[in-house]
Design a binder for this molecule. Structure first.
Ligand code: ADP
Length: 486
């Protein structure tokens, strides 16, 4: 904010400037000239935001100077400083479009606020700037109180701002202005819908609603990926209706609540699944046993063929039930000190035949990793589930399949990092969040159950680790497991 002071003592102007910087705007600047000719020259050379004019000037009166700058076409807020004895008619001030302050004892302390008020009013309401109001002298106490209020709202990290009926900002706290990398003063006059990138045309904007209902409004507001709770209260600034808005960022709270709900849901699925699996297991053992017995006593080809069908179908069910039980993890885990590179090698051995016959190249990039205290069987299951997925992905996509397995030790964080990458079709971004959910599958019913990664995650997390996937569609997928080393 640039303020031209005409006539005031230069030394006092510096004092007022310091106060202006402190209470109104840190980039506030005051330019001082002692006579009117100089004043006009400065105005012509540089754009000023406010002009403060002493009534007593060396050649003409302050009123005449303001009349002159109006004649020359300078449409900026003007403040006339008049001595106690000088009688100035409000009518005159209104005609020339200025406010005035009476130079009583403490008027210099009040001047920055008068400047701010005149400037803000000028920004909002060009008609009101020529009202010729007497802006009263403020005492040191009022200044202190204003500063304390400002410090109070600036200490709040929630966004606080005041808007008028046209949705234009009247004032904001530092937190809100910082969101837009601006100083609060530079936010004045900006439209809230433009700033927040929201559409007010639907008529259900909470910012509009508060003026229509004249009662407080509370709403959840989504802006891009962020969620806010906005509370808006009707208020009055002089005769103007305004709305005081407080916006709280609840993005993280909402995410945590959803995560909690999700893990609650998973826990109940686990419970349900283990109950069902146990119930099915017993009759299934019966079906398998009797099918086997009948197979051994029947000689008739057709009957044998049908019995094999029953046996194979029951066997498939049994395998699925085992997977379900593994998912709900009813078995006890047995931990021992293991080398993760050996565990990967043992898992690879199980699939060697498949890799060879399907022309899949296996690349190993093992680091020197410390022993970890883990359940080897379970960790093999994790690796197997990831490898089977990689195989299936490659099988459906790439003639020259390649799987890269790497291990490394992050000494700083005391973690072993295992990476499994394939050159299959990759995972679409919209699926990345869901692939670890139980029963999420993109495969046909005879190929996928949607439990492999969910089991893997359960096991890794039980070991205090984490698992995640990274993928660019069309460029393969990488699974990253981090295991803590105690
Ligand atoms: P399933 O393999 O039975 O479908 P998973 O839980 O193991 O169940 O995997 C869930 C889904 O994740 C798969 O259906 C597939 O869409 C995706 N997926 C897993 N691994 C890969 C991979 N390496 N490449 C592409 N997609 C994958």
């Amino acid at each position: 904010m640039k303020v031209l002071v005409v006539g005031e003592k230069k030394k006092l102007t510096r004092r007022i400037e310091n106060l202006l910087k402190r209470v109104v705007s840190p980039d506030g600047k005051m330019f001082h000239v002692s006579d009117t000719k100089e004043g006009l020259e400065v105005l012509k050379k540089e754009r000023m935001d406010v002009v403060v004019v002493d009534y007593k000037l060396p050649d003409i009166t302050g009123v005449e100077f303001i009349e002159r700058i109006r004649r020359e076409g300078f449409d900026i807020p003007a403040i006339l400083v008049v001595g106690k004895g000088v009688k100035i008619k409000e009518e005159t001030a209104r005609q020339i479009g200025c406010d005035f302050v009476i130079s009583e004892q403490e008027y210099r302390n009040a001047l920055p606020f008068v400047i701010e008020a005149a400037y803000n009013r000028y920004l909002f309401d060009s008609e009101r700037r020529s009202k010729g109001e007497i802006l009263s002298v403020m005492s040191e106490e009022i200044i202190k109180s204003k500063e304390q209020w400002q410090a109070t709202i600036d200490a709040v990290t929630d966004y606080i701002f005041v808007i008028d009926r046209d949705s234009k900002i009247r004032r904001t706290n530092v937190s809100f202005a910082t969101r837009f990398k601006r100083h609060p003063r530079d936010m004045i006059g900006m439209k809230i819908d433009t700033l927040l990138g929201i559409d007010m045309s639907y008529g259900d904007s909470p910012f509009k609603e508060v003026f229509a209902s004249n009662t407080p409004v509370s709403r959840e507001l989504r802006i891009g990926d962020e969620t806010f709770i906005v509370n808006i209260f009707p208020a009055m600034f002089d005769d103007d209706e305004v709305a005081v808005c407080i916006m709280k960022d609840v993005t993280e709270t909402k995410r945590l609540r959803e995560q909690l709900y999700h893990s609650d849901k998973l826990a109940s699925i686990g419970l349900l699944v283990s109950g069902v699996a146990h119930e099915i297991n017993n009759p299934l053992t019966g079906v398998l046993g009797y099918a086997e017995m009948l197979l051994s006593i029947t000689k008739e080809d057709k009957t044998q063929k049908y019995l094999y069908k029953i046996y194979n179908a029951a066997e498939r069910c049994k395998k699925f039930v085992e997977t379900l039980l593994c998912f709900s993890r009813q078995q006890k885990s047995q931990h021992s000190l293991e080398n993760i590179n050996d565990i990967i090698d043992r898992t690879l051995e199980v699939r060697t035949y498949w890799f060879r016959s399907n022309n899949v190249e296996i690349l190993k990039n093992y680091g020197n990793v410390p022993l970890v205290y883990i359940d080897a069987q379970q960790m093999q299951q994790v690796m197997l589930n990831i490898l089977i997925n990689a195989e299936q992905a490659i099988d459906s996509y790439n003639q020259c399949g390649r799987i890269v397995l790497s291990t490394a030790y992050d000494e700083k964080n005391k973690k072993i990092i295992i990476k499994v990458s394939d050159n299959g079709p990759g995972i679409p971004a919209k699926h990345l969040d869901m692939i670890f959910d139980p029963f999420f599958t993109t495969k046909p019913a005879d190929k996928g159950t949607g439990l492999g990664l969910s089991i893997a995650r359960g096991i890794v997390e039980e070991h205090g680790g984490s698992i995640r996937a990274e993928s660019q569609e069309g460029q393969g997928a990488t699974f990253i497991i981090e295991l803590p080393v105690d």
